[in-house]
Design a protein around this ligand. Sequence first.
Ligand code: CTP
Length: 365
Amino acid sequence: MNIINLQDKNLYYIGGVVRDKILGLESFDVDITYEGNAIEFAKSIPDAKIIQINESFGTVRINSDGKEIDIASTRNETYPQKGHLPVVENIGCSLKKDVLRRDFTINSLAQSTLTGEIIDYTGGLDDIKTKTLRVLHDESFIDDPTRIVRCLKFSVRFGFEPDEHTKQLQDKYLQNVNYDMSYKRLKKELIETFNLNSQKAFEKFVTEKIYKLLTQADFKLPDINFENLIKKYQPKNVWIIYAGILPDIQKLPLTKTEKNIIDDFYSLREKSYSNDFEIYKNFKGVNIESIIMFAIYEKEIVEHYLDNLSQIELAISGNDLQELGIEPSNKYQKCFDYVLKEKLNNPKTDKSAEIKLAKEYFGII
Ligand code: CTP
């Protein structure tokens, strides 16, 4: 069934959308390619309105029947700088050449918008049947090491496995990583992979040494199931939990929020956790992501905080102390801490009991 209302003998669905259709899955984005020059083609469509043209990539966005459609020209690419964005070599090449620049056979299928025929130059259909991830050539990971993470992502998403040769190429690359690569692209793939929240993916990431893309240091698989912790405590930013515990994550271009999460995680390691009061004070106000990451060191303490302590809040405030006739000073904080220690022992302490404790602290009878 056609997803777009446009048909032409040279117009194809390509890549992930074809794979997803065959797998019976919904696609998030629909890639369309024109065998030849897509811009010329777009200009020739009678009722289509051209919205945007990118001459150097040979791509065009049109509005056809009220629907916006991106069409790419077939193109082949080279990687003059390994690990970085490819350079377009030829716009309007054959469909076959376009397909051969891609990552895995399952992502190299095209489907005619006119006849629905699937064009399979690389054996992608068989690989979908046998649930296999297979690179198209031996330089694939050298050209673009982010494909190693993509391989992991697809293996988790679809339950596919790399064939033996692809796995060997991966292992070989990971023994000799070229660290001059686009960490922006790597980050995008890590986000998509780790956001799947799969313990299995994380275990593979560590045991297959995929983390070597980030660092030469060695990293041991922590004895902790982050997937379960994440399911239980529902943090917003899942990927950073898996990535943040790795060494040398600084190579990735992190946002301010992501940096804060990691800094908080590092700070938590410096503190002492010998009683509930210390635990509460150290964790209160800290990002949930940093707290979950800290479970690699102190899982029980983290769970105790999140399950039992984190909901506890004092009911009294400075106003209540003022009403008791106490002038504002640093004694307020000391009093709150005194009341808090009691409340952590007995969470049922209500406001009147808290006021009683405050009076006790200030010696008011
Ligand atoms: N591609 C590639 N190498 C990469 C990234 C992408 O060869 N490092 C190719 C693949 O053929 C892929 C297509 O570009 O199918 C589009 O990339 P992308 O949208 O990232 O992947 P999809 O396969 O569409 O997967 P998703 O469902 O995750 O969007």
